[in-house]
Design a binder for this molecule. Structure first.
Ligand code: ASP
Length: 324
């Protein structure tokens, strides 16, 4: 029988109302597991955090990475399930995937409806995640998200709906499998780039901000990010990755001063490309911005922060294995 470690961090799956219509993460891992009928896996469990994922800090992310690494290192553990809020699941999943160097799977799951709602999806998602983590076919597939009967790779998977019970979708790709009753079916292999090192304490204070381009945007927020201590900025360009004249000028000075400026898109799917001048992506790249390929914005920020915290500048070359 497979053995799975279940780690809980809070999120809607662990939430119930604390005042009319307002939920907070207030349940622990034992509460989550109590809803499960006997499963064909053995389980040990632990609470890592008990919070909404919209509150997570880099220090919290590092704690999660350490808890997952500890579980994976145990010989008796075949896989790990991480119960997590859906809001920022894409960030935690991608960070865990970047550092994952084990054959054992890590499966994130959560819920869209709080645990005290009669139609809460948490227990069903947790049961599915356990099946995936225990399945021999999950080995060497890295970090995945199991949600609403589907299995997604960490990289490229985003929350794309605020309330749907099936809120996740993989950009520039698709799910890697599904759960059909007791059957776990894998249909694809996620891309597995070389593992990066687990974040250390310097990750906690590594500030990388996202600056969005929009009608009327200038470089004021980019400058404010640097003043607030950012060592990296990801520009959320329009379309294929375009900016404006003020940003182009700012990028030139910021890159000369040593700041890491990445270029991603505020569009969910597709690569960024240096196709336009007159303040567009070609000018941003000429000024020193680094193209983040097809990596979604939130995950581009995580990659940049992890590399910077480990004294690796996110250059076209250093990010190449992680961005497509
Ligand atoms: N809606 C979120 C969730 O599913 C809240 C959070 O991310 O913690 O858990």
């Amino acid at each position: 029988m497979a053995h799975v470690t279940v780690l809980a961090t809070g999120g809607t799956i662990a939430s119930s109302q604390d005042s009319p219509g307002v939920s907070v993460a207030n349940r622990n891992v034992q509460d989550l597991l109590s809803g499960l009928t006997p499963t064909s896996v053995t389980i040990d469990s632990r609470d890592v955090l008990k919070t909404g994922s919209y509150l997570l800090t880099h220090a919290n992310l590092r704690l999660i990475c350490e808890a997952v690494a500890d579980a994976l290192a145990r010989e008796d553990v075949d896989g790990v399930v991480l119960a997590h809020g859906t809001d920022t699941m894409e960030e935690t999943a991608y960070l865990l995937d970047l550092i994952h160097d084990s054959a054992k799977p890590v499966v994130l799951t959560g819920a869209q409806k709080p645990a005290d709602m009669p139609d809460s999806d948490g227990t069903a998602n947790l049961r599915d995640a356990l099946k995936v983590a225990a399945h021999p076919g999950a080995r060497n597939k890295g970090v995945m998200i199991a949600f609403a009967g589907m299995i997604f790779p960490a990289r490229g998977t985003l929350k794309v709906h605020t309330v749907s019970p099936a809120p996740f979708r993989t950009m520039n790709g698709g799910p890697v499998g599904h759960i059909d009753g007791d059957r776990v079916v894998f249909t694809a292999d996620p891309v597995r780039p070389p593992a990066l090192r687990i974040p250390d304490q310097s990750f906690d204070g590594t500030r990388v901000d996202i600056i969005s381009v929009h009608a009327g945007a200038d470089a004021a927020l980019a400058k404010a990010a640097v003043e607030a201590g950012a060592c990296g900025v990801i520009i959320a360009g329009t379309g294929v990755g375009n900016g404006n004249h003020a940003l182009v000028e700012w990028v030139g000075g910021a890159v000369r001063a040593g700041l890491a400026v990445g270029l991603a898109s505020r569009v969910l799917e597709g690569p960024v490309q240096p196709n336009y001048g007159n303040g567009g992506g070609a000018d941003l790249v000429r000024a020193g911005a680094v193209l983040f390929g097809s990596l979604p914005l939130s995950q581009a920020r995580i990659l940049s922060a992890l590399l910077l915290s480990q004294n690796t500048h996110p250059t076209a070359r250093s990010i190449e294995p992680y961005i497509h």
